[in-house]
Design a protein around this ligand. Sequence first.
Ligand code: PEP
Ligand code: MN
Length: 361
Amino acid sequence: MNAILKHAFKGWELENPDRPLIIAGPCSAESEEQILDTARQLKAMNIQVFRAGIWKPRTRPNSFEGVGSIGLEWLKLVQKEVGMKVSTEVANVKHVYEALRYGVDIIWIGARTSANPFAMQEIADALKGVDIPVFVKNPVNPDVDLWMGAIERIQGAGITRVGAIHRGFSTFDKTRYRNAPQWQLPIELRRKMPDIPMICDPSHIGGRRDILQEISQKALDLNYDGLIIETHCNPDKAWSDAKQQITPNDLSKLLGKLVLRNVNTDNPVFLHTLEDLRQQIDKFDDELLTIIEERMKVAEKIGEYKKINNITILQPDRWQEILNKVLEKGKNRDLSDDFLIGLFKAIHQESINKQTRIMND
Ligand code: PEP
Ligand code: MN
């Protein structure tokens, strides 16, 4: 486990600390049997943190909205009888007090709540003076500042162990994901808040079982600190999010297949430097696009001018002249002929396409 995560869980005697933190358990607590059955199987796999929703934020009324506080009794059994840490979602002050009263080990804030600064502030105020790890899911809408603001409100309450959970973002368009991952957003959050551990929630990103593996692997390749994966003893019969939940046995297979690449991740200097360099690349890419766009606008003007004067689009001499000039200038810039020819052929072709369109308009 890296230094950041170690800090987030200081004082906890977690076993196998080198693996990413795995949080597993059902979307919702449904019954004492379901909770204990699932927890025992997870514990046998050496998973140390259990999750279960007690109060469920549902998109539309009249679907299962959680069992409420009785589920906290079952989580207590998971702590006492199974020996796992337990976590649940809180969405308002009452939930916070209930979760604290029952001694929940970790709380998380859901995506609909983290999008609401009033709710976040009330939850933060209720947590003042409490020493509990809090994970903040990304807001449903892709807004890094809103996500940061939610985290800052929790930090502002004096909570030192704050983590982030990436669960993807709502989109109007149907994609292969339930919630589009938009990986650049958590990456940006990490850049701005490098001390916040980042956990990936492939279950709510994917919304389906068959892509949990690839999402989890991607998260590890991006050096996330952990995964939270919905796991149910009988997923097909789950009362919420049935399509994305998996059995503990399938979770075990998924974890077994994950490749933990050696990414000098313990070295924050390396990571930040790399991230900085990549930011520079991104900036240059943006500039390149702007410049190419400007160049195309000029090409279009030339097209219009040629049309008025009834001149052909392609003038071979001019194309040869451009190419010669570019190759000559490229020599002093350590850019290979092959690369320059390929690049300018593509640019030239796009100009021709634009001029053709104008000519035939
Ligand atoms: C959940 O974790 O079960 C949940 C409701 O998630 P989210 O807030 O990401 O929708
Ligand atoms: Mn769920």
